[in-house]
Design a protein around this ligand. Structure first.
Ligand code: ADP
Ligand code: MG
Length: 462
């Protein structure tokens, strides 16, 4: 996410913008809201991944500038690191009036540090040894510390400071927010966390991190081309999302889907290049205001769309380019929310799905077309046979030279529903009656909206 879209205050945003921080790094993105919300966070990310800003920016944001006491204590393994962190902190605070910070470490006289601390310093960055020394001398006071950070915890532990770290954790208020940052999380780190940090949230960022956040449930559905509209409809029904976006590869498809869903009484809009600019802007505005449930779009038009809390993305087609997949799916689960993204594929296209999994370094969940039972009963008005199957009437009969096996064959080849699922078939002179299980009614009726059997146009009469 872009820093300017985060919850940080404008003074911080201005400062980091000047530093050239535009996009958050992965670890920054994953931890910001949690730290702002004062959760205990145990975060692992490799060196150079931006851990300092990950904890310091929300800390600065949470500081009460009118309270001249130590509110944040950051413990580091080395002097150099303490100095560097304070230098960075001061840059982050460039436009924050009244926040001050200090580095304290061994090898310096205690006195000047003590004087500064007594005057009141909001953010103290200290090496472990010196911090313990000043705490025991009651110069560094912990009672107002609302956030404690153990930076490079693995480093401190490998220097043999287990007891010292535990000592700090034991001296700090129970409800002080505790953050632990580390390049690795080994058993010693886990041990110290389990014993001393309650309710901690683990965040891991691997080097080869995936292109999409974990909070997106990605689902792939194998579906016959003719079933796609119905499948989209069922997904909408099943997910009951507050708002959703459906991506199609072509303008023609957006129109198809749009018409189909309208006929199913879905409240929706369509955006493609045929719709003139003014109207597009209006539609987008309504979507952003949450006044639209669903929108059907092509990629070209989707680029400019940035809707904050989109819950559901449906890929009617697999996009031609992998990048577009990330672009489309990334529209959901923003700002730490969760989201769902469905991708419809037809048979052999499974290879493309696998390719996408590889490209995004994420896994998809393979599901079947949602069943009819997720849809309210009153939408199905077909008669029910003695065997409890639904009775559908096709518009072709004996006069058209149709036999039962033609119908079963057409159903199987167009929808994938196996012949053994179909009940009795009765071929009349003018039409044919077919028994089908309830969960397949939607599939069959939508497929035969405009199909042929033995080269003859067919539709469902009732
Ligand atoms: P770590 O603690 O993971 O080793 P640092 O916090 O020291 O990483 O950050 C590494 C470098 O990346 C620093 O020079 C820092 O200024 C820079 N940096 C951090 N976050 C961003 C960002 N979002 N955009 C650009 N540069 C960043
Ligand atoms: Mg660091």
């Amino acid at each position: 996410m872009k820093y300017k879209e985060t919850k940080l205050n404008n003074n911080i945003k201005k400062a980091i913008d000047e530093l050239g921080y535009i996009e958050q790094t992965k670890i920054q993105e994953k931890t910001l809201d949690l730290i702002l919300a004062r959760k205990n966070v145990v975060a692992m990310a490799s060196t150079g991944s931006g851990k300092t800003a990950a904890f310091m920016l929300p800390i600065i944001n949470n500081i009460d500038v009118f309270n001249k006491v130590t509110q944040a204590l950051i413990i580091t393994p080395t002097r150099e690191l303490a100095i560097q962190i304070v230098q960075e902190t001061r840059k982050f605070c460039k436009y924050m009036q009244g926040i001050n910070s200090i580095a304290i470490y061994g090898g310096q006289e205690l006195k000047p540090q003590a004087i500064s601390l007594r005057r009141g310093v909001n953010i103290v960055v200290a090496t472990l040894g010196r911090a313990l020394d000043l705490i025991s001398k009651k110069i560094l006071k912990l009672q107002n510390v609302t956030t404690l950070v153990l930076d490079e915890a693995d480093e401190m532990l490998s220097m043999g400071f287990y007891k010292e770290i535990e000592n700090i954790l034991k001296n700090i208020n129970k409800n002080t927010q505790k953050l632990l940052f580390s390049a690795t999380i080994d058993s010693r780190v886990k041990d110290i966390v389990n014993k001393n940090i309650k309710n901690s949230i683990y965040i891991e960022c691997k080097d080869n991190d995936s292109l999409l956040v974990d909070s997106i449930r990605q689902i792939a559905i194998d579906v016959k081309e003719k079933m796609k509209n119905e499948c989209v409809f069922r997904i909408l029904k099943k997910e009951k999302a507050k708002n959703s976006i459906i991506f199609c590869n072509t303008k023609k498809k957006t129109e198809d889907v749009y018409r189909f869903l309208l006929s199913k009484k879905v409240k929706l809009e369509m955006l493609n290049s045929d719709i003139y600019q003014k109207e597009r802007e209006k539609i987008l505005k309504r979507l952003k205001q949450g006044k639209l449930d669903t929108i059907v779009v092509t990629d070209v038009l989707a680029r400019g769309i940035d809707i904050e809390d989109l819950e559901l993305v449906i890929n009617y087609d697999i996009p031609f380019e992998n990048e577009y997949y990330v672009h489309r799916v990334g529209r959901t689960a923003r700002k730490g929310r969760s989201g769902v993204a469905y991708t419809l594929y037809v048979g052999k296209q499974k290879d493309r799905i696998r390719e996408l999994e590889e490209y995004t370094k994420t896994k998809m969940i393979y599901e079947d077309v949602p069943l009819e039972k997720n849809i309210e009963d009153d939408e199905i008005k077909y008669p029910v046979s003695k065997r409890g199957l639904y009775i559908i009437t096709f518009s072709l009969g004996k006069k058209d030279g149709i036999k039962a096996k033609d119908i079963v064959g057409a159903i199987e080849s167009l929808t994938g529903i196996k012949s053994e699922k179909i009940g009795l078939i009765q071929i009349n002179e003018e039409d044919s009656i077919v028994e089908v299980p309830k969960e397949y009614v939607g599939e069959i009726t939508s497929t035969f909206l405009n199909s042929k059997i033995k080269g003859k146009n067919v539709h469902i009469i009732k």
